[in-house]
Ligand binder design. Structure first.
Ligand code: GTP
Ligand code: MG
Length: 321
């Protein structure tokens, strides 16, 4: 049996075929040409999904919390897709599998779709493939997408730009033990969660957090929730808080703004990549090389070289190969 084409996979995924959706997402992760093709195919489809990002230090309980939130989230949105983004895979394949098992024991069947993604070590690749995966899930009618990623560095936090809102998950003791990217994490959050509230130090952590948050001027007030995800404690209240945030953000037009900036960024990236490919073609062609040598020898002005380069870039696909 031959492998279905990308377009066939996309059409079928959009018609609701989950295994084709999963296969398409794998292809997107592996192959940037497929990714570009999918993006172009979806470019005209408006984004409508709500994307909730969950970020925080390793082991804070993000996956456990998502698993506990799924019942509530799915009751509100009918269907929920989860994307767990792992920056350091393939080393943590085991952890990812654990995540999936943990998150899949919710009994929601077809109303939940869970997927792990790796960045494959490429700078910026994390954000790019995640953005495309979100676009695909959106086009396949997943009204709510929950995105899990580590809040350890700028690249990981950049992924959170793709979300309509971000919940930052911390643990008691955060103030003393977790220094890395503390400010970055605080700035990323619209809602904060002190998970593992069954441990000591909740009050101190809340005070530390309030201290850091008092320096910010967010568009909406920031709430702090306490949960014990393993026991489902405080999870419903957290979900109500998330819903209340979404409702207010919707009223203020913040969600629409985020969707627009998400799509704008995607389009910019397509154009940037196209430009890079064309530029590379010029620089590595015999023709381009001769022009550059001409400029270096003084027989072509730099201005003329620049005009020639732009002319080439604009028409490279019309040139005979
Ligand atoms: N005591 C306690 N343990 C918890 C709680 N929530 C999660 N855990 C445990 O903390 C560990 C890490 O939980 P995960 O949900 O995998 O955390 P994570 O943030 O997704 O971890 P990474 O994705 O690896 O960064 C697991 O052993 C959980 O059982 C909680 O509320 N209280
Ligand atoms: Mg996890």
């Amino acid at each position: 049996m031959s492998e279905p084409t990308t377009q066939a996979l996309l059409t079928s995924a959009m018609a609701g075929n989950r295994s084709h959706l999963a296969r398409l997402l794998s292809q997107i992760e592996r192959n940037s040409k497929v990714e570009t093709q999918v993006r172009l195919a979806l470019a005209g489809i408006p984004a409508t999904s709500v994307v909730i990002g969950l970020t925080g230090p390793p082991g804070a309980g993000k996956s456990t919390l998502i698993s506990a939130l799924l019942t509530h989230a799915t009751a509100s949105f009918n269907k929920t897709a989860v994307l767990a983004v792992d920056p350091s895979s393939p080393f943590s394949r085991g952890a990812l599998l654990g995540d999936r098992v943990r998150m899949q024991s919710h009994g929601l069947g077809d109303r939940v779709f869970i997927r792990s993604m790796a960045s494959r070590g490429e700078t910026g690749g994390l954000a790019r493939t995640t953005a495309t995966a979100i676009q695909v899930l959106d086009a396949c009618d997943w009204p709510l997408i929950v995105l899990e990623t580590l809040g350890i560095g700028q690249v990981e936090l950049d992924v959170m730009d793709l979300a309509s809102m971000v919940a930052v998950v911390l643990n008691p003791g955060w103030g003393d033990t977790f220094q890395a990217n503390k400010a970055g994490l605080t700035e990323a959050g619209d809602v904060f969660v002190i998970n593992k509230a069954d441990k000591d130090g909740v009050e101190q952590t809340r005070a530390d957090l309030q201290d850091s948050l008092s320096l910010l001027k967010p568009p909406l007030p920031i709430n702090i929730f306490e949960t014990v995800a393993v026991k489902h404690q405080g999870v419903e209240a957290l979900w109500r808080g998330i819903e209340a945030y979404l409702k207010e953000a919707q009223k203020l037009g913040l969600l629409e703004q985020k969707r627009l900036s998400r799509r704008r960024r995607l389009l910019m990236r397509i154009l940037q990549r196209d430009f890079d490919v064309r530029m590379h073609a010029y620089l590595t062609s015999e023709y381009g090389d001769n022009q550059i040598l001409g400029a270096l020898a003084g027989s072509l002005s730099i201005e003329a070289l620049r005009a020639d380069l732009f002319e080439y870039i604009a028409n490279v696909d019309k040139r005979p190969r």
